[in-house]
Design a binder for this molecule. Structure first.
Ligand code: GLN
Length: 541
């Protein structure tokens, strides 16, 4: 079931196998038709995670990268759209030699080819394949079929893990195993027998329920793994290892002879640090993709949130994250609401698109700049800082981004000529500046001190850039472009000098995509340090 923690379960299985000495890679399968997640509305789909090679994919890919501490590529991400597109392309180019091309087996065969390709690319001993959606739904049946076909061919090399949710209805107060039993039957009807069941629930499974699941789902009780809710997601692999999950999997896959003792110590010390952190740092995220009916969706900013947590724990503080809708800073209650920003140790304006709420963000950034509240602007957040500065310091009252107001005489954020051509043709998918690009940082700047080096590589996802015509004027007026593309054409980082503001920095890229528990991102760390006034110097600079 979506949202039950399959992504974390898959990442955690990968983590423990890696800690046991195996080479691991992970693949996410999303059953929808979209070619990638790039064109989807974030409130519907959650965050769009961007890989080094520019693939716009599901947020689970971010989990894999954070847990496994690796860089993945587009081979690791698959959608129904991608699979069909390739089958149809091959059919058009006579790859199938004129025979009938069938949904079965040609589509599952293409899925298998992709799984093998990813596995080979990483020279993996263990490849985790996460099939999105829920057992029994129509959309993922061809992916299950691919798994079944792989198992038939190589029974010892494939194992199936079913992640199931065990509800505890509040009126009953008792954990129910029936839905899991039915899910197991549904899986059977697709020709698959689960080798292991990860039982997600609020609390741990008792022996009675473990035995019940074992009996009715045809597996031995030690392969029923209890996965109760935990405080930190990074606790999940550690918990799994308490049930010797790594050894059980190695056993099933016949990899026992190469099994090493677990090496989860670095992750364990990270988790311990997070639990010990007492002193709080309160951070506000000013965005617009929060509402989903009556619920607040924090999924949209998951990498930002993780990056904040990781750097905070690294510095020994506990982050308290608040979500503020940027539209609060527009209209009647604007001034009253802006004052609330003083309650936070730091504010972030994350990535975003479109007009709704942008004036609120600009007002918020003006308040933050004038009141010296630590600020980190991510992508749109940097563009907004530039617009605000141009309006209120340079006096260009109509300063704007061409994304919202292309008719403005002062588009300080503008579209690059190559992007203009793409948009004219209406080609929205996979056409932004995407993926990792190098940048160079000026000496003596906040960014340079934070990174501890001059050359960096960071991931992008945007269409608009700082307009080169305004760069000199903005620099001279005091907002320094401390990072640029190596040819100096594109502005990558903007900052105010430390004697003017404790921390005011924006990036055209998304640093959050490269924050990992074992490698906190230097800019997030610098931001939290400024927010908490921490003076400790990093080991790496
Ligand atoms: N909308 C802006 C652009 O396309 C910023 C994108 C973002 O924040 N990811 O340039």
């Amino acid at each position: 079931m979506s949202g039950v923690g399959k992504g974390i379960a898959s990442s955690s299985v990968g983590t423990i196998m890696k800690a046991r000495g195996f080479k691991v890679t992970a693949i996410k399968i999303d059953p929808y038709i979209n070619i990638d997640a790039g064109t989807m509305n974030p409130t519907e789909h959650g965050e769009v995670f961007v890989l080094r090679d520019g693939d716009e994919c599901d947020q689970d890919m971010g989990n894999y990268e954070r847990f496994l501490d690796v860089n993945l590529s587009r081979t690791n991400y698959m959608t129904t759209g991608r699979v069909y597109q390739e089958v149809i392309r091959k059919e058009r180019s006579m790859h199938y030699g004129g025979r009938n091309v069938e949904v079965v087996p040609d589509v599952p065969e293409e899925v298998i080819r992709r799984i093998k390709k990813a596995s080979e690319e990483y020279d993996a001993d263990v490849t985790i394949v996460e099939i999105g959606g829920t057992i029994g739904e129509y959309q993922n049946i061809l992916f299950l079929e691919a798994g079944r076909m792989m198992k038939v061919k190589n029974p010892k090399d494939v194992m199936f893990i079913m992640v199931s949710y065990l509800p505890i209805p509040s009126k009953l107060g008792e954990m129910k195993t029936k839905p899991t039993q039915y899910a197991s039957r549904s899986l059977n009807s697709a020709g698959i027998q689960a080798d292991m069941i990860i039982a997600r629930s609020d609390v741990a499974l008792d022996k009675k329920r473990k035995d019940k699941i074992a009996t009715f789902c045809n597996i031995s009780p030690e392969y029923v793994i209890s996965a109760p809710d935990v405080e930190s997601i990074y606790d999940v692999p550690i918990n799994f290892e308490r049930d010797s999950l790594g050894a059980l999997i190695a056993d099933k896959l016949g990899l026992n002879h190469r099994l090493r003792p677990t090496e989860l110590s670095q992750l364990e010390s990270f988790v311990n640090k997070s639990k010990k952190a007492k002193d709080r740092v309160s951070i506000a995220i000013v965005g617009k993709y929060f509402a989903s009916g009556d619920f607040v969706l924090s999924d949209v900013y998951i990498s930002v949130i993780e990056a904040l947590k990781i750097s905070s724990y690294y510095l020994g503080v506990k982050p308290e994250i608040h979500y503020l809708d940027s539209e609060e800073f527009e209209g009647e209650n604007k001034d009253k609401n802006l004052k609330k920003l003083k309650n936070y140790d730091g504010v972030i304006v994350p990535g975003g698109f479109g007009a709704r709420g942008i004036e609120g963000k600009i007002n918020a950034v003006e308040f933050i700049r004038k009141n010296k509240i630590p600020y980190l602007g991510l992508c749109y957040g940097m563009q907004i800082a530039v617009i605000e500065f141009a309006r209120n310091v340079l006096g260009l009252k109509d300063a704007a981004t061409a994304e919202i107001n292309p008719k403005s005489k002062n588009c300080v954020i503008d579209i690059m000529p190559e992007q203009k051509e793409i948009l004219k043709k209406g080609e929205y998918g996979n056409t932004m500046r995407l993926g990792a690009y190098p940048a160079v940082i000026k000496d003596g700047t906040i960014a340079r001190r934070a990174y501890g080096k001059k050359e960096i590589s960071e991931r992008h996802r945007h269409r608009y850039e700082v307009n080169p015509e305004y760069v000199e004027k903005i620099n001279t007026a005091g907002l320094l472009f401390s990072g640029t593309s190596p040819d100096g054409r594109l502005m990558e980082i903007a900052e105010l000098p430390e004697d003017k503001h404790p921390f005011f920095l924006g990036t055209q890229f998304h640093p959050e995509f490269q924050a990992r528990p074992l490698h906190p991102h230097p800019l997030f760390t610098a931001f939290i340090k400024a927010a908490k006034n921490i003076t400790k110097t990093d080991k790496n600079n």
